[in-house]
Every structure is written in structure tokens, then in C-alpha cells.
Design a protein around this ligand. Structure first.
Ligand code: SAM
Length: 208
């Protein structure tokens, strides 16, 4: 597996884990400027840790949908270029704004990812569309935001089965979401994110 430049495996108290360089955000262990990136708290962290071929090399322009309080997107901004972080809930947004104070390339946007028109005047074309919205209609969000993704860019997405159907068989739910995604994307790789995240599927896709 190739990690992006700026992401390394570092030792923390005798244990080795992914890490980026930057100011701490959520009480994560820090050593010599490296902050531990816990895969059990981050879908993208788990995708990297599980060896998915994310195509990330470092320095990319990123649109991140479902940024919450900034746990994952703060790590992304540590190694990426301009990073637009969309979150529609005001409460986590307050913490996200704090995380952005130490990162001049991180731009929090209090917006609804189902309404890309509302931020199309701010967001430039991006190399990477990252999505972790964990709500019903996850494929529709990725399809609606395809417009921001460069033709040679990549979609990195976590699908949460229970957000689509609480009782349904996760494999059947994933197939439905992937079918809908195929309207706009070619699926390159999928991996279940256990043991880090139950009933989640990591997806890597490119614009069709
Ligand atoms: N990606 C985050 C991380 O790893 O740090 C965790 C994201 S959490 C699983 C999902 C987030 O998506 C929530 O904060 C939720 O408010 C946000 N969300 C859900 N639907 C959204 C939408 N339509 N627009 C913007 N944010 C949305």
C-alpha cells in the first residue's frame, strides 16, 4: 500500500499507527509533531490502514462532504492542498472552525451537501471528492457533487448501510447504492471497513 506524502506510520507508546503532522484536534496522541490518525474514528483512516488504493499522493485539492467536527478532515488538510469541508450541522461546525484556525488550507462550509448550488460559487474543481455523510441517499449526494470532480479525479466514499436501511442486509444495501453511483461513476474498488467500522463499505470510484 502507498500512503500519501505527509502520512506515515509512527510509533506511539510502543504501538504503531497512521499519523499526520499538524496541531492536535480531538485529544489524539502526539509525538514529535506527529498526531495519531485512529482508523476506528475515521473511515478514510480505515481505508488507508486496510490498504485500499486511494490514489492520494498528497497536495491534492479536496472537497470533503460530511466533515462533522473535523476529526478526519483535519488529517486530510495536514497532507492535502486546499480542502473544502461541507457540514450542515451547526454544532460540530463550531469545532471544525477551531480546527481550521490552525490550517490555512482548510475551508469549513456550513452547507447541505444535497444542495451543491449553494457552494458552487466557492468550491473550485477538485482532484478528490471525499464523502462520509452517513444519511439516507448517500449515492444521490455523490452523484450531485460529481460536478466538482475533475475528469481524472477520484471519489473516496464510505457507505453506511444502516443509514439507508436499518434492518436490511448490508450487502444488498451496498449493491443498491453502488448501482445508483454507476449513473456517474465507474467503481474501481470496494472493501468492507471491519473491524474498524461495522456495516460500512469503502468505495473508490472515478467519473464515468
Ligand atoms: N467524516 C467525519 C469524520 O470522520 O470526522 C464523520 C462524519 S459523520 C459519520 C457524518 C456527518 O455528515 C455528520 O456530521 C452529519 O451532520 C453530516 N451530514 C449528513 N448529511 C449531510 C448533508 N446533507 N450535508 C452536510 N453534512 C451532512
Amino acid at each position: 500500500m502507498t500512503l500519501p506524502e505527509g502520512v506515515e506510520r509512527q510509533e506511539f507508546d510502543g504501538d504503531t499507527g497512521l499519523a499526520t503532522r499538524g496541531e492536535p484536534v480531538y485529544g489524539e496522541p502526539v509525538r514529535d509533531g506527529w498526531r495519531r490518525w485512529d482508523p476506528s474514528r475515521s473511515k478514510l483512516g480505515s481505508m488507508l490502514d486496510l490498504g485500499m488504493d486511494t490514489g492520494l499522493s498528497g497536495g491534492e485539492t479536496v472537497l470533503y462532504l460530511g466533515a462533522a467536527a473535523g476529526t478526519t478532515v483535519s488529517h486530510v488538510a495536514d497532507f492535502a492542498g486546499p480542502t473544502y469541508a461541507v457540514e450542515f450541522a451547526p454544532r460540530p461546525m463550531r469545532d471544525l472552525v477551531l480546527a481550521a484556525e490552525d490550517r490555512e488550507n482548510l475551508f469549513p462550509l456550513l452547507k447541505d451537501a444535497r444542495d451543491p448550488d449553494s457552494y458552487s460559487h466557492i468550491v473550485e474543481p477538485v482532484d478528490i471528492l471525499l464523502q462520509d455523510v452517513a444519511t439516507r441517499g448517500q449515492a444521490a449526494v455523490a452523484v450531485a457533487n460529481r460536478r466538482f470532480l475533475a475528469d481524472d479525479g477520484l471519489l473516496l466514499m464510505a457507505i453506511k448501510a444502516r443509514s439507508e436501511d436499518v434492518t436490511g442486509d448490508p450487502e444488498a444495501v451496498f449493491e443498491n447504492v453502488l448501482d445508483e453511483l454507476r449513473e456517474s461513476y465507474e467503481i474501481l474498488e470496494t472493501t468492507r471497513l471491519e473491524p474498524y467500522h461495522d456495516d460500512h463499505l469503502g468505495v473508490i470510484a472515478r467519473p464515468a
